[in-house]
Design a protein around this ligand. Structure first.
Ligand code: GDP
Length: 690
């Protein structure tokens, strides 16, 4: 049965929320409890038993981490909340970035014991980049060592944010049983997972009213209305305070901090109230920006149902019914059977069914509107991160920065009968996850798979087996080196071949330059004006260079980027062709690149280690032996945080080494930082490490 349900809701009652956290902070448990408390599921699932609703993929259940940003939705007090579950592991950064693009607000979950952890920092700063308003939820208040106020301090000191204490915990650790709401000056107590609103306990009244004064004073610094009320010494009503908190939260000036225990189902309902009260609706968000792909002119779309259709593909999943794309609509409407333009390919595709997803259930819709997050069938060739739009009003939204893979390995089926299936399945997986790339080893013809880290490749292998029944194995991982030119080189090259019949003639004068800061790939410019090369052949020169930069002059590693200027050239009326100019460009690059002082670059990782004090010496000693540059240390009562830049080539097997150095007590995380010049004496002949 088709239901229209969501389309009848006022648009300002929509919330598209992400839940972001360090692995193990309790994101999955919290999502589950939200669905339970909103009546979406009737039985509490527990991640220990591997049956939670958002982690529906078996690989995720085994690792206990949420890999795919599954969208699920629920209703709370007249609002429709869509939850996009963001991945917690930094190996999946691109998925985090993609989900930050398509959500409007986020709940950052922290463990009350561990506080701000390295990965929460990474994700927090990513959310800063996308201007996503945030609430903080300090989870695990029932655990030994839980400390709510210390976490709020860490949010201020380590994340540079302005935390707003809007709740106080009632009891702590084992005795944690409720929260005081500083805004409404009431309290909530939980017993046997049931919530009860009560008066603030006598012994906490003083602390609560002090906290309220601090909150109002803090808000007075951020908001003029609040400053007026405060200066006049007036009491600020709960309603006024809610409005002020919403304003500062939406402006990204401060983040309200709440607490609870997802595991014991404490604090979840007030968190839902806070999401409704303080997180933005899609219509509170600024216009999305992009370009008109036909003219290159800047373009933007406001969150408006009447504006032309614009949206982003948040996710693609290849299911047994064909590809299923999760879409975020920013403007306009999308109807069943409608044609949409995918401007990156200039292709038009027809939308099949439109579905509202709730983890593993779905609901058919006739149409979706600006602000909605829905899944659709029928879009056969889209990739995660693609823009889609009204073919009559084309727009290409600012691209997602999909980082280049840093690691690669040969992948082979255990049984040769799976060879063909392996290739096609991997191709589908790469559409679901554009940070996974495929190529073939030029010498052996084997399939090479590249990605963002060892775990990324490992999980891909497990998914092949568990979701597709293909048993495969990885060769030793190799670092994905790059090459770069460091100076300018010019060349005047002529291709001339006469083999009877029409010959091949092309002359090009090229200038090669290192890329500018932040550029990647080929930036090509033609200065040809007087027709010394016919305009039909100029794209062939560009194509030749695009192919050429896949193989650098030193060791055949791809170039990180190149600026090339076509200055002049010549052609022959009978013997010139596009093929000749393409070939000439490739040859010219090969000859000129060696003169442009090429270097080999290696991926450099930002490594954050958290270690107990007694192991810090050996952890740093070991990092130094790995050519690390220590860029920061920080100490608090939970131990030392060491931040270092380390070449990826030195990081293989680090998990095991760190475990043995610290008797299993130190932890680390690693993200790609950038490329740096590799040592000249290294042996890259087989690119292998270890
Ligand atoms: P995720 O990796 O962030 O999705 O975290 P999970 O939801 O999988 O939780 C990680 C572990 O912490 C699991 O063993 C949970 O049972 C446990 N956990 C989650 N929330 C709480 C909590 O509020 N209190 C306690 N004591 N444990 C929790």
């Amino acid at each position: 049965m088709t239901r229209h349900y969501i389309n009848t809701l006022p648009r300002d009652t929509l919330r598209n929320i992400g839940i972001m956290a360090h692995v193990d902070a309790g994101k999955t448990t919290l999502t589950e409890r939200i669905l339970f408390n909103t009546g979406r599921i009737h039985k509490i699932g527990d991640v220990h038993h591997g049956n939670t609703t958002t982690d529906s993929r078996s690989v995720e259940q085994k690792h206990g981490i949420t890999i795919s940003a599954a969208a699920t939705s629920c209703d709370w007090k007249g609002c429709h909340v869509t939850i996009l579950d963001t991945p917690g592991h930094v190996d999946f950064t691109i998925e985090v970035e993609r989900s930050l693009r398509v959500l409007d607000g986020a709940v950052a979950v922290f463990s009350a014991v561990a506080g701000v952890e390295p990965q929460s920092e990474t994700v927090w700063h990513q959310a800063d980049r996308y201007d996503v308003p945030r609430l903080c939820f300090i989870n695990k208040m029932d655990s030994l060592g839980a400390d709510y106020l210390r976490c709020a301090d860490m949010i201020r000191d380590q994340l540079g944010a302005t935390p707003l204490i809007v709740q106080l915990p009632i009891g702590t650790e084992d005795s944690f049983r409720g929260v005081v709401d500083i805004v409404s000056m009431t309290a909530w107590l939980w017993q046997d997972m049931q919530a009860r609103e009560v008066a603030i306990p006598q012994e906490m009244q003083m602390a609560a009213s002090d906290a309220r004064s601090v909150l109002i004073e803090q808000l007075a610094d951020l908001d003029e209305d609040c400053a007026m009320l405060w200066l006049e010494g007036q009491d600020v009503s709960a309603e006024a305070l809610n409005g002020i908190i919403r304003r500062v939260c939406l402006a990204g000036q401060a983040a309200p901090v709440l607490c609870g225990s997802a595991f014991r189902n404490i604090g979840v309902q007030p968190l839902l109230d806070a999401i409704i009260a303080w997180c933005p609706s899609p219509f509170d968000r600024p216009p999305v920006k992009g370009i008109n792909p036909e003219t290159g002119a800047e373009a933007e779309r406001s969150p408006d149902v009447e504006a032309p259709l614009t949206g982003l593909v948040a996710k693609v999943q290849i299911t047994k019914f064909g590809p299923m794309a999760t879409l975020r609509l920013y403007s306009g409407t999308l109807a069943k059977g409608q044609n949409v333009l995918i401007p990156s390919d200039m292709a038009t595709e027809r939308v099949g069914r439109i579905l509202r997803m709730h983890a593993d259930q779905s609901q058919d819709m006739d149409m979706a509107q600006a602000g909605d997050v829905v899944s659709v069938t029928g879009l056969k060739s889209v990739k995660a991160g693609d823009t889609f739009c009204d073919p009559k009003s084309p727009i290409l939204l600012d691209g997602l920065t999909c980082p280049d893979p840093v690691i690669e390995a040969v992948i082979e089926p255990v049984s040769s009968t799976d060879q063909e299936k392996l290739g096609s399945t991997l191709a589908n997986m790469a559409r679901e996850d554009p940070s996974l790339r495929l190529s073939s080893d030029p010498e052996t013809g084997q399939i090479l798979i590249s990605g963002m880290g060892e775990l990324h490749l490992q999980i891909c292998l497990e998914e092949l087996f568990e979701s597709y029944g293909i048993k495969a194995q990885l060769g030793r991982p190799r670092v994905a080196y790059r090459e770069a030119l460091t100076s300018v080189a010019s060349i005047d090259h002529t291709l001339r071949k006469q083999t009877g019949g029409p010959g091949q003639f092309a002359r090009i004068k090229l200038r090669l330059e290192p890329p500018h800061e932040g550029e990647s790939g080929l930036v090509f410019e033609s200065e040809i004006t007087g027709g010394s090369i016919p305009s039909d052949y100029i794209p062939a020169v560009k194509k030749g260079l695009e192919l050429a930069i896949q193989e650098g002059p030193i060791n055949g590693f791809p170039l990180i980027g190149l600026r090339a200027v076509l200055e002049d050239g010549a052609f022959h009326p009978n013997d010139s062709s596009a093929v000749a100019f393409e070939r000439a460009a490739r040859d010219a690059f090969r000859l000129a690149a060696l003169q442009a002082k090429p270097v080999i670059l290696e991926p450099l990782m930002r490594v954050e280690v958290k270690s107990p004090a007694e192991h810090v010496g050996s952890v740093i000693g070991d990092l130094s032996a790995r050519r690390a540059q220590i860029v920061g240390t920080h100490q608090d009562k939970t131990g030392h945080d060491i931040t270092a830049h380390v070449p990826l080539a030195e990081m293989f097997g680090y998990v095991g080494k760190l475990r043995s150095l610290s008797s299993g007590r130190a932890t680390f995380s690693m993200v790609f930082e950038g490329y740096s010049k590799a040592p000249t004496n290294a042996d890259y002949t087989n690119k292998q490490v270890n």
